[in-house]
Design a protein. Structure first.
Lengths: 196, 196
DNA sequence: GCGGTAACTTGAACGCGGTTCATTTGTGAG
DNA sequence: CTCACAAATGAACCGCGTTCAAGTTACCGC
């Protein structure tokens, strides 16, 4: 039987993660406060630590959801019939759109890892692997005689490039590129690849 | 006359920046502490705030130096006689080498902007402009009939791509790519561009 | 039901770290 | 030498994540 404690415990976890998700989406990771979360969830500050290791663990839970949504958005962006370069562009654009529409949550996805000292959790590496595998397929079609190791490198290189373009592009404080141009940058890079 | 106070003031600024530079290089931006800096510089904590607006201002001063060194490293990586793609690869590799050799200082260059709320200072935008102009030249050679606006986009796209590859590449917690492979990723992307 | 123990909840308190401020110390013109 | 003003000092303030002693609730064998 799921004891009453277990139920409450699970409900509290859920409330905390939802509150954190809302607050991250609204105010950004930097503005997340333990006391605010406790207030939202209707529990004492200390209760958080019965249910989660620390604040990072909550953010990690939020990141897990976000990563799933991101993966779905990318997966939904192509039907498999497009030529490889088209598909790469479609996926990249989906990545961009997701980052635009969920900037703060998307940024939390990477900001947390950059800061924390503890090892990256398995599900995180797996989620990235999942994204990579979407990219690997069209890349494989484009370069049939490339050996697997080099294909893997190319896959990561393309992901990193798109990620860099989107990251700096959305940080208009630094780059100052209007959003609609970001898509063109992606296209420029991706079409270059096709013409080896 | 430069009053005794003015001298001391300038010396303190210098000592603080040097201490911050050493500490960032050794322990990373996250471990920087006002009290440690005061200890290094042989002054009281409060004295820092007579001489700098806040801690960020010191980091900014460090970043200014780092950016200069980065620009020099990129500038020294080519002699102008190489074909455009070669030159792009040489500059990108120089960027990578600099980031490898000065990881924590290089990361501070971008981490600070991502966090702070106050506007990016002018010299920072200018330094980036400087880097961009190095890239713009070979790009212009590669695509003589491209209009200026698109050339600018391509320039930023290439910088962002390399930046993304280096960033994720050096964060081996996330990507797990051995350093010597990062250079190959850059080459893959850059040579793709050349064959439009 | 009943009592006892284990688990949960609570919020005040701790520790850390950036920043401030009343007080002390130093500077330089008259 | 003196006085007014500037600079230096470090204790104190405040915000915030985390902990903990004390109080409360849930669970189980009787």
């Amino acid at each position: 039987m799921a004891s009453k404690s277990q139920i409450r415990r699970e409900q509290l976890r859920e409330k905390l993660v939802e509150a954190a998700e809302r607050r991250i989406a609204r105010d950004g990771l930097n503005e997340l406060r333990a006391r605010d979360l406790a207030g939202d969830a209707g529990c004492a500050v200390g209760a958080i630590y019965n249910v989660f290791e620390d604040l990072n663990a909550i953010v990690m839970a939020v990141n897990g959801r976000t990563f799933l949504q991101l993966e779905q958005a990318v997966a939904a962006s192509f039907d498999g019939t497009e030529p490889p370069v088209q598909r790469l562009i479609a996926m990249s654009t989906a990545y961009l759109r997701f980052a635009e529409a969920n900037t703060r949550r998307w940024r939390a996805l990477f900001d947390l890892q950059m800061r924390a000292d503890d090892p990256v959790p398995d599900w995180y590496r797996d989620a990235l692997k999942g994204l990579f595998s979407y990219i690997a397929e069209p890349v494989g079609q484009l370069f049939p005689e490339m050996d697997p190791e080099e294909l893997d490198l190319m896959t990561r290189a393309l992901f990193s490039s798109v990620h860099g373009i989107v990251t700096l592009g959305l940080e208009n404080r630094i780059s100052g590129v209007p959003p609609e141009q970001i898509e063109r940058m992606i296209t420029q890079i991706m079409s270059g690849i096709g013409n080896k």
